[in-house]
Design a protein around this ligand. Structure first.
Ligand SMILES: Cc1cc2nc3c(=O)[nH]c(=O)nc-3n(C[C@H](O)[C@H](O)[C@H](O)COP(=O)(O)O)c2cc1C
Length: 348
């Protein structure tokens, strides 16, 4: 088995095991969250380059849950037409199309909403407030309606953003969620919202619709991450995409001899405890390193973010054994956080 071996996710055949993880294209949307022609061309280009599974960037399910004002949106039926063009471009090139559903919760910026709601108020953020049960119910409805729109737009499924310290991760993490009602306390309670979202999506979409979950391998510790993963599997999630837990996550120590970073390590540890496909990510970079993870049975899919963006032909070149234009790892942080065009290796 290697990166070119197809894999079935909830009955959908994905042509290879290389995934474009969600990466926001800052500045390409407008303040209404509409898709631009740049998005359509970008995702089509990645699919043309051979990635088997393309996950569209964090797309907000409620305008008041955006992390910034120009984030892509899926909170209104008006978004469907543009999103359809992205899904078509991906699928026309033989790839599987997913879209990441996002709500920033406590990290929602002031420019977007006066209050930042989450499971519990954040003592370090005076704008923050705890959600009422009624509000949680409404947010569950927002995620479900968003998935329904994704389905109408032609996506094969959605990925719920439950990592990086955003809303679903805030609920899952005992370092953030200190509620005393049925949404706090035990793992089951902290994952109640996620379970309701997953069930709600299953109720309104076809049985073949993929529901993936990007989880924090540390929620806040790796042991917690493993418990979260097992529960998500029991709720009927079709794959897990293991990333980090943002500022409140506790990074595990990577054992000597492990050739990848702590984020990949968490994914490989999660894989030991579930039967659904597990996707690993973060600085995997090369086909050799990606293949090794699959060949050693440490993961089922590999996500290649920045290196696929600096070279959209990553998969085709891996097939032909050609040299890939690898990301040069700009410091102090990736220039794409300003705008995609700032990447020194971008084609735009
Ligand atoms: C500019 C930028 C935007 C990102 N946007 C998202 C996002 O929308 N959703 C998400 O879950 N992760 C996001 N990420 C994280 C990536 O999906 C990925 O996990 C990260 O880049 C590490 O993988 P890599 O080393 O292969 O690039 C973003 C990363 C970057 C650099």
């Amino acid at each position: 088995m290697d990166i070119f071996t197809p894999i079935d996710i909830n009955g959908t055949r994905v042509k290879n095991r290389v995934v474009l993880p969600p990466v926001v294209n800052f500045g390409w949307s407008d303040s209404d969250g509409m898709v631009s022609s740049k998005h359509v061309a970008h995702y089509e280009r990645i699919a043309k380059g051979g990635a088997g599974l393309d996950i569209v960037e964090a797309t907000c399910v409620n305008p008041e849950g955006r992390i910034f004002s120009y984030q892509l949106g899926i909170w209104d039926d008006r978004h469907i037409e543009g999103l359809k063009k992205i899904a078509e471009g991906i699928k026309r090139n033989g790839a599987t199309a997913l879209i990441q559903l996002h709500h920033a919760g406590l990290t929602t910026r002031k420019a977007v909403a006066e209050k930042a709601y989450g499971p519990s108020a954040d003592p370090e953020n005076e704008r923050s407030a705890s959600l009422t049960k009624e509000q949680i119910g409404e947010l569950v409805g927002n995620f479900v309606s968003a998935a329904n729109r994704a389905c109408k737009a032609g996506f094969d499924g959605v990925e719920l953003h439950g990592a990086h310290g955003y809303l679903l991760n805030q609920f899952a993490s005992s370092a953030i969620n200190v509620r005393t009602d049925e949404y706090g306390g035990s793992y089951e309670n902290r994952l109640r919202m996620a379970r309701q979202v997953v069930q709600g999506i299953k109720d309104v979409t076809s049985a073949s619709f993929i529901i993936g979950y990007r989880m924090a391998g540390c929620s806040p510790t790796l042991n917690d991450g493993i418990e979260v993963a097992k529960l998500l599997e029991s709720y009927g999630v079709h794959y897990l995409h293991v990333s980090h837990g943002g500022e409140k996550g506790v990074n595990p120590v990577v054992p000597d001899g492990f050739e990848y970073n702590h984020v990949v390590y968490m994914g490989t540890e999660v894989k030991k405890h579930v039967d659904i496909p597990v996707m690993v990510v973060n600085q995997i970079k090369t086909p050799e390193r990606a293949n090794k993870l699959l060949q050693e049975g440490l993961a089922d899919l590999v996500a290649i973010g920045r290196d696929m963006l600096t070279d959209p032909d990553w998969v085709t070149k891996a097939q032909k054994g050609e040299k890939i234009n690898l990301c040069i790892d700009c410091q102090p942080r990736c220039k794409r956080y300003t705008k995609p065009e700032s990447c020194p290796l971008a084609e735009y």
